[in-house]
Design a protein around this ligand. Sequence first.
Ligand SMILES: NC(=O)c1ccc[n+]([C@@H]2O[C@H](COP(=O)([O-])OP(=O)(O)OC[C@H]3O[C@@H](n4cnc5c(N)ncnc54)[C@H](OP(=O)(O)O)[C@@H]3O)[C@@H](O)[C@H]2O)c1
Length: 241
Amino acid sequence: MRIGIIGAGQMARALGGGWAAAGHEIALGARTSARADEAVAVIGHGARATTITDAARFGDVTLLAVPVDALAEVLAAANSANATGVDAADGTDGRHALAGRTLIDCTNAFAPDSGGFTLSEPAVAERIAATAPGARVVKAFNLLAAEVWAGQHREFEGRPLTVPLCGDDPNAMATVAALATDLKLHPVHAGGLVQARYLEATSAFVVGLWFAGHDARAMFPPLESAFAAADQADGLPGIRE
Ligand SMILES: NC(=O)c1ccc[n+]([C@@H]2O[C@H](COP(=O)([O-])OP(=O)(O)OC[C@H]3O[C@@H](n4cnc5c(N)ncnc54)[C@H](OP(=O)(O)O)[C@@H]3O)[C@@H](O)[C@H]2O)c1
């Protein structure tokens, strides 16, 4: 599969490296050619450096791997008319350059707060979908650190490392699920794009717990124990006075 990556930092390298190793064709665009060159040298496997505009038009799939406060600028650059790469005609027909493509949003709008993290905005994936009409946005890979995605551990305590995906387009969801599987991860359909805001909030909350030194995983029992006992009085599972 052809994957365009926008951004040259940790997430671009972690996810791009895994997908390149799995045999996908990668074109990575950054705001400077030096940074793009640096990133593709790390990714290897024939990944090539290009511009943001061309990376946006390159793939069946595009990964947005930039800070949230850069998104407006990056989405405008993605849609600018000076593409030189393959499929450069796309996006010049009045549609956004990302229209029709699967667009993976791995961003987190973390804002530091005294007690952990808050969000600088409540629904980034929905904003991306509104800014790039027709793009098939899937929220994914925002929950864990780049080092985890780049690492080898794919099972903890006998449970497969699971990636929640939120999006509205079934084909795009299937595509991202396959890309998660290529990274030896277990994808789970976690709802439509309207649920992405909860995935974004969950990330801020859980990462805040981890930063505070708490074991967030210990707060979640396995599925079979999630509802310990049904409360016969009110029918709500596991809720008692
Ligand atoms: N790192 C993680 O563990 C992690 C985990 C989950 C989610 N995320 C999210 O993933 C996204 C990327 O994070 P990251 O860790 O990969 O960040 P990073 O290492 O700081 O890389 C960010 C990339 O975005 C580029 N960029 C910044 N401002 C830009 C602008 N105005 N126009 C064009 N490009 C711009 C940077 O360009 P330069 O190369 O020129 O500096 C850099 O290549 C963020 O939204 C983050 O919240 C990160």
